[in-house]
Design a protein around this ligand. Structure first.
Ligand code: ADP
Ligand code: ZN
Length: 816
């Protein structure tokens, strides 16, 4: 008997190994096996058994079987196959996406003694194992192996576990019972006494670390602090010697939201619209059938309560549920909303959790201890058994698409596919659905359920569009350029009434570019060919792609004149401006620069919710899902930041962002107000967000998309050709385009052209866009087959063109 094994590598290929006799009964697809691969011992995934091994090569036996219960159930394995097929990645890469990080490394297993057992029925090896475990009390499997020294040790251990003689406890590398201690640093009790200037002269690195530590609020994890201050831990030891800081151990909680203060759920009485929605969806839950619903509900219409009621039904029937929310909407507020209803049934997975926390959450789900998972796109992979419901909240959100790494999957689309394969109900919720989903609802592929009114019939906010260009002409002060008089006045008014304000500026940093007013040269990143953003703190210019930074020069790099100007307004500049004009207002900024630290994101929102701040200023991070009743005004500093991006979804995304952020205003007590500042007030996108007219927007946008064969009027595949040699990347793209054309299949090829981000991290990027025809090739089979063929030609190419990295992105979200 043999098994086929795959690895998380780009090559979509499986490798055959033989099964030593002792594992033969235990081997199952979906389990991990330790095998020798490319002269290394690696973890591979068993994808199937086979009777006839390929001939002509030496077949090696698997070294060990790591799981006696598969980590991938049959249905998840099938879903992984679908991912690999559709998104054109290897099956190993697809499977890796399903498992928590760290499972690919050798996870370590520890043994403990369980019940006493009659030794005489055991084999010699088994007896040896028992006595050794007894001797050591708690021993790592690999150490046991060293002591006893036999190949089939894992198998014999498994037999002993089955017999109840020993317990096997799996731990990730370097962890004990998931309670981990980390080194933390805190300021010493009287740091004022130190002469900082003197310290800065003698040891600038120590001074810098001290400064960063203060900025972090005086306490920080050592490794994080070192990263932030860009120093080694030696520097911290130096500070400790001088008694300026203390280093201490702190236990890291395994349950990320373990400390969350969960309020008692108040059972809300659904309104008529909600009732209708719930009963319609529950029909499918009760019928145990697969159906996908598009829940189109305006902001503040109470979509979450609909999810909760449907979920209650599913849980009552013994089923489990997955709730997907956009990365940045995964806040304590969101989590406690579900926890207060379903308590410990709910577990959370998200990217800010440590590896062990994620593993912990995953294990709870796998063991059936939690039947509800709340998380970002990766939650779609959660090993929920008997899945009844998947909710994808804010289904239009771009963070559901994984673009960077393979598999480049779309979490929402995968949710729909998983729903079909596991016979579950899927709810896609949004106030501004993606055009794709809306189209599917119109063609009857999804069932459309609408919530047209806000809770308690509160009207949608009143939106005013302010023409900044006219303000500029009228105003004489420079300040008019950042915030119009109307917005200033409104902010003052709300502050006066002790209400709260949310301001959106979708650019971080101080200014977006630094430009020479004489020759026009814009300071750009040498690695990425993208303009650098100025950050006041540290007086540096930073690349937001590769993090390259340099001091702000005092003259232009091209003409050497001292005529540099700041252009474009970033959040830092807005914050400074607000501080100058609203002296007493408590302002908090939320963008990537203020939320690096663990929990920082949560803390800002919790504090804002408790009215510790009057104004919340931030990038798109603040647009999603927040539900604060005291917010009565939302201001958009510039609606134009995303409008002119070279991407066919620029309009859609702007409309969504504006509608979402506007939806934060006036959710409980009376009508809210929204002020949108722009240089193009007549733009249809802005006019339609003014009237909250999603339907009209969708109709207009769809007509345009169809005429250009963009989704949902067609299907896109994006191919990137990336290389440090510009010409080589271009040649590869040209050749690929040529090969595709030669195939004469029914799709259009656009390009090659330099990608919008034409150089990133010192590598040049060209792209090709393939526009597939949805009618003749609905599942994009023809396109994918064609790409596969061309990739094979490339792989076999003897020239150096095969060194160029080719990235395939099916249904891309961003054409950059
Ligand atoms: P959406 O997600 O549609 O923007 P939410 O689900 O966040 O809206 O609901 C908005 C607010 O209305 C929340 O504070 C929620 O607690 C409240 N709410 C929802 N349903 C009801 C109801 N039936 N009665 C009273 N309040 C409700
Ligand atoms: Zn860069």
């Amino acid at each position: 008997m043999y098994v086929n094994v795959v690895f998380p590598i780009p090559q979509n290929q499986h490798f055959t190994y033989s099964i030593p006799i002792e594992f033969q009964d235990a081997v199952q697809p979906g389990s991990r096996a330790l095998v020798s691969f490319l002269k290394e011992t690696r973890t591979g995934y068993i994808i199937g058994l086979c009777d006839n091994p390929p001939s002509g090569i030496k077949i090696k036996p698997i070294i060990d079987l790591l799981d006696t219960t598969p980590v991938m159930s049959g249905s998840l394995l099938n879903l992984a196959r679908w991912v690999s097929e559709y998104y054109m990645c290897s099956l190993g890469e697809a499977i890796r996406a399903f498992l928590p990080a760290g499972m690919q490394k050798q996870s370590k297993k520890f043994l403990e003694l369980a019940d006493e057992i009659e030794l005489k029925y055991l084999s010699i090896i088994q007896r040896k194992i028992i006595t050794t475990v007894r001797q050591y009390e708690n021993i790592q499997l690999s150490s046991l192996k060293k002591i006893i020294g036999t190949k089939a040790i894992y198998y014999n251990v498994a037999r002993l576990v089955e017999a109840g003689a020993i317990r096997l406890v799996e731990k990730l590398v370097g962890q004990k019972d998931y309670i981990r201690k980390e080194k933390f640093v805190k300021l010493a009790s009287n740091p004022e006494s130190v002469d900082l200037e003197k310290l800065a002269r003698r040891s600038p690195k120590q001074a810098e670390m001290l400064r960063v530590l203060k900025e972090c609020g005086g306490v920080e994890q050592l490794t994080v602090l070192c990263k932030l201050a860009n120093c080694s831990s030696q520097i911290a030891r130096g500070l400790e010697k001088k008694a300026l800081i203390e280093i201490f151990d702190r236990v890291i909680m395994q349950d990320y939201y373990g400390d969350l203060n969960v309020p008692q759920a108040t059972r809300l009485v659904l309104n008529a619209e909600q009732k209708r929605a719930v009963s319609q969806i529950n029909q499918s839950i009760l019928a145990r059938e697969n159906k996908t619903f598009l829940l189109l509900g305006v902001t503040g219409s109470g979509k979450t309560q609909v999810y909760i009621e449907v979920m209650r039904q599913a849980l009552e029937m013994g089923k489990g549920a997955i709730v997907m929310v956009p990365e940045i909407a995964l806040t304590p507020q969101t989590v406690s909303r579900f926890r207060s209803e379903f308590q410990n049934e709910v577990t959370v997975i998200h990217s800010r959790m440590s590896q062990s926390e994620r593993y912990f959450a995953w294990s709870l789900v796998r063991e059936g201890k939690c039947r509800v998972v709340v998380g970002p796109r990766s939650a779609v992979f959660a090993p929920i058994k008997n899945l009844g419901l998947i909710v994808v909240d804010e289904e239009h959100d771009t963070s559901y698409k994984q673009s960077e790494n393979s598999p480049r999957y779309h979490g929402r689309d995968l949710a729909v596919v998983r729903g079909v394969s596991e016979n579950a109900v899927v709810i896609l919720g949004s106030a501004t659905p993606s055009l794709e989903s809306f189209h599917n609802a119109q063609t009857g592929k999804y069932a459309l359920v609408e919530l047209k009114k806000r809770i308690d019939d509160i009207p949608l906010p009143k939106v005013t569009v302010v023409d900044l260009a006219r303000q500029r002409l009228a105003g004489t002060r420079k300040s008019d350029v950042i915030i119009s008089r109307l917005l200033m006045q409104k902010i003052a008014e709300k502050l006066e009434r002790n209400e709260q304000v949310i301001l959106l500026q979708n650019r971080r940093g101080f200014s977006t570019t630094v430009q020479c007013s004489h020759c026009g040269e814009v300071s750009a990143c040498p690695n990425c060919n993208i303009s650098l953003s100025y950050h006041r703190q540290g007086n540096i210019m930073r690349c937001h792609y590769c993090n390259f930074a340099q001091k702000l020069p005092d003259r232009c790099g091209a003409c050497q004149r001292t005529s540099l100007l700041h252009r474009g307004v970033g959040t830092q500049q807005v914050q400074e401006f607000l501080h100058d004009h609203f002296k007493d207002a408590r302002i908090v900024r939320m963008d990537q620069d203020t939320t690096r630290r663990k929990y920082a994101h949560d803390k800002i929102l919790t504090d804002f919710g408790n009215h510790k701040y009057d104004i919340l200023l931030g990038t798109q991070m603040i647009a999603k899902g927040l539900d604060f009743e005291k917010v009565t005004l939302v201001g958009v500093i510039s609606a134009d930041t995303g409008l002119f991006l070279p991407d066919f979804r620029a309009n859609e995304r702007t409309f969504q962002l504006l509608t979402q952020v506007a939806g934060r205003a006036g959710r409980k007590n009376g009508q809210g107000e929204v002020i949108i500042q722009t240089l193009v007030p007549q733009h249809p996108c802005l006019q339609l967000s003014r009237t909250h007219d999603y339907y009209k927007f969708a109709a207009m946008e769809f007509a345009e998309r169809r005429s250009l064969q963009y989704p949902p009027g067609g299907r896109l595949v994006l191919l990137h050709f990336i290389d440090e040699n510009e010409n080589r990347a271009l040649q590869a793209a040209r050749k690929f385009a040529f090969l595709l054309t030669e195939l004469r299949r029914p799709f259009k090829i656009v390009g090659p052209a330099p990608a919008a981000l034409s150089k990133l991290k010192n590598r040049y990027r060209f792209h090709l866009v393939i526009k597939g025809n949805k009618r003749t090739d609905p599942g994009a089979k023809i396109v994918r087959e064609a790409i596969k063929k061309c990739l094979q030609v490339f792989a076999a190419d003897g020239s150096d063109l095969n060194r160029v990295q080719i990235r395939v992105d099916i249904d891309p979200m961003l054409i950059l």
